[in-house]
Design a protein around this ligand. Structure first.
Ligand code: ADP
Length: 611
């Protein structure tokens, strides 16, 4: 777009001369009288005005006064070009608001240079105005975000405090307690996701958002999402499905945690904004990219709002916040993450019909193996069976409730756990007692986890130590690993991930002395829990067999084979092992053979008998 210059001069020769000088670079308008010039300026909004002073009817001084008094023209810079070449006239012109003063007869290159300078200043000013508007909008959004955040944090806290107080006071009846506990858990998880969003946002602002690139099983990730989607949609008439346009590589190189975070955000938005209908993830490979279309049949988004969606704190309207909650950070974080993974997120939507968010990320396959359907992991996750682990663990944690919780979780799987509340005690105990593994909090009174590890190593204690910490920034974790911790566990912990991590570093004793463990009260409780799960296993086996869900059946067989013997159910374990072996042979065509269906039936009735 060319800048516009208005020339106001009563001399036709001057107008012609200035026009020919400027018209190459600028769009030039001209007027031969001050009065008409003012009207033209209001109408055409020139970027700069060149104004003669001595003119009949209305001179240049009167003209600039009119221009500067009118809100429509007051901002337009005016340069006088005049034969009045005294310093008094120049001073008067500048004091009336002109930005420059050029004497006639003028030297054309000087006029051009001075106009160019003014145009540069105009451009600079406009940039500053745009920037300050952007900053103001960002600061308004931040203000609204903080106000909203307080509400977002208080809502789940109210639930957590209300229910837990009720439980402490004994107001909640035993049969309502599981619901109360699961509500507390869901609210705490919501709070955690808010905190994670804020952390991610501040990392993005500081330019410190890092992603990793590791080899992982994409089918597992999608199965996990499928399980989460089932959980999200369980109280709504919304159907969820994962579909494949073509086969995906089973193993890829990318950042599984971040990929899951993006997809989960798109998925939870889709469910949140869909009262009924369908939500689906459609997976495909397109050239060098892996694409995930997250589609819903929800409320949709107006076309003029689409552009703003990926801005920080953006929500389509205030009523959205009131109705559905949220921070307006999810999509902007997701887009930054997608960019970091070498891709992007795009959106298309129609109000009342639904939305489609497409995540693309750079594809780097990790093997030739492909898949185009998913096993349902939900059963496996929710009924996750922890088989016992034998070993002695030293837990150093100063927070009493956390200490009790971690101890209980480990004792529940058969571990012996000694606890201490600071690094000094941890070193003392590690010197006098033998442990298979040490879990060490980092921030502790008297002596922190790093110092304690250091002292242990100096004293010749070489037991593996896991850092147990709420410092989850990539640079913190790198620091702990470089310092000598074997691994880290992020707080708050997930029960299953926590035990899996502990298990990784304690050699599982395959000749587990069951007679010893069985005698303990804990083992009895664990066995009772396992027995309670058996009817569910029987039903899941039946459903998986009837629906030809090969992978699910295989996983169930594998689990039963691995866990049942630990609780003394050798016949269940060996029948499950037969099923697992048989299915393994069929893995090339994913077909469940008739003899395996037979074993399934035997297993089902055995499970129900045992129960
Ligand atoms: P939040 O959901 O926490 O408000 P997001 O950044 O994830 O923040 O989403 C920003 C806004 O975009 C939402 O508040 C909502 O107005 C709109 N939005 C996102 N996904 C959808 C969807 N699937 N359908 C309709 N509106 C959506």
């Amino acid at each position: 777009m060319r800048f516009k210059v208005l020339v106001i001069d009563d001399e036709t020769a001057n107008i012609k001369m200035l026009s020919s000088l400027l018209k190459e670079t600028y769009k030039v308008y001209a007027s031969k009288s001050g009065k008409q010039g003012v009207e033209l300026a209001k109408l055409n909004q020139p970027d700069i005005i060149l104004l003669d002073i001595v003119m009949p009817e209305q001179d240049g001084f009167q003209t600039i006064q009119q221009l500067k008094q009118d809100p429509l023209t007051e901002h337009i810079p005016v340069i006088f070009i005049t034969g009045l070449n005294t310093q008094e006239n120049e001073e008067q012109g500048l004091s009336l608001g002109a930005c420059d003063y050029i004497y006639k007869p003028f030297y054309p290159p000087v006029v051009l240079a001075r106009i160019t300078t003014q145009i540069k200043i105009i451009k600079q000013n406009r940039k500053l105005v745009a920037l300050s508007e952007k900053l103001r909008a960002a600061s308004d959004a931040k203000g609204a975000f903080l106000a909203n955040m307080s509400h977002e944090i208080r809502t789940p806290l109210t639930t957590i405090m209300g229910y837990s107080q009720g439980m402490i006071a004994g107001d909640i009846k035993a049969k309502e307690q599981p619901i109360a506990l699961s509500t507390i858990y869901t609210s705490a998880k919501h709070l955690l996701s808010l905190i994670n969003d804020i952390l991610d946002f501040s990392k993005i602002e500081a330019g410190q958002l890092d992603v990793e690139c590791i080899h992982f099983d994409l089918s597992n990730l999608l199965a996990e999402l499928q399980a989460m989607a089932k959980e999200l949609t369980k109280d709504k008439p919304v159907e969820f499905s994962v579909q494949f346009n073509n086969a995906l590589p089973r193993f890829i190189y990318s950042d599984p945690t971040r990929l899951k975070q993006i997809l989960l955000n798109l998925l939870s938005n889709a469910v949140k904004f869909t009262q009924q209908g369908q939500v689906s993830i459609i997976c495909s490979v397109n050239g060098d990219f892996l694409n995930f279309d997250v589609k819903d049949t929800g409320i949709g988004i107006a076309q003029d709002k689409l552009a703003g969606l990926f801005q920080d704190f953006y929500q389509v309207d205030k009523s959205t916040t009131r109705r559905f909650g949220g921070t307006g950070l999810g999509l902007s974080i997701s887009k930054s993450l997608a960019n970091k993974l070498g891709g992007d997120i795009t959106v298309s939507s129609e109000v009342g019909v639904g939305s489609q968010f497409t995540l693309s990320c750079l594809l780097k396959a990790g093997s030739d193996e492909c898949f185009n359907h998913l096993a349902s992991l939900d059963v496996i996750r929710s009924d996750h069976v922890l088989s016992p682990i034998k070993g002695r663990v030293l837990l150093a944690e100063d927070h009493e409730q956390n200490r009790q919780l971690f101890k209980l979780l480990m004792e529940n799987v058969g571990l012996e756990v000694e606890t201490v509340a600071d690094g000094e005690q941890a070193v003392e105990l590690a010197m006098t007692d033998d442990f298979d593994l040490i879990l060490m909090d980092i921030h502790m009174p008297k002596m922190d986890g790093m110092e304690a590890l250091n002292l242990m190593r100096q004293s010749g204690i070489d037991t593996q130590v896991i850092a147990l910490t709420a410092n989850v920034m990539a640079h913190d974790i790198k620091k702990y690993l470089a310092f000598g911790f074997i691994d880290h566990c992020a707080k708050p912990i997930d029960k299953y991930d926590f035990i899996e991590k502990v298990r990784k570093y304690i050699e599982v004793d395959t000749d587990l002395d069951l007679s010893q463990v069985e005698s303990s009260q804990k083992m009895k409780e664990l066995t009772a829990e396992f027995i309670d799960l058996l009817p569910r296993y029987a039903t899941d086996l039946k459903v998986a067999a009837n629906n030809h869900q090969f992978e699910l059946l295989y996983k169930l067989a594998h689990q039963l084979h691995g866990s049942a013997a630990s609780y003394g159910f050798d016949d269940v374990s060996s029948l499950a092992a037969d099923l697992e072996q048989g299915l393994k042979k069929q893995a090339c065509n994913n077909q469940i053979a008739p003899e395996q269906l037979l074993i399934c039936q035997q297993l089902e009735s055995l499970l129900l008998d045992v129960h």
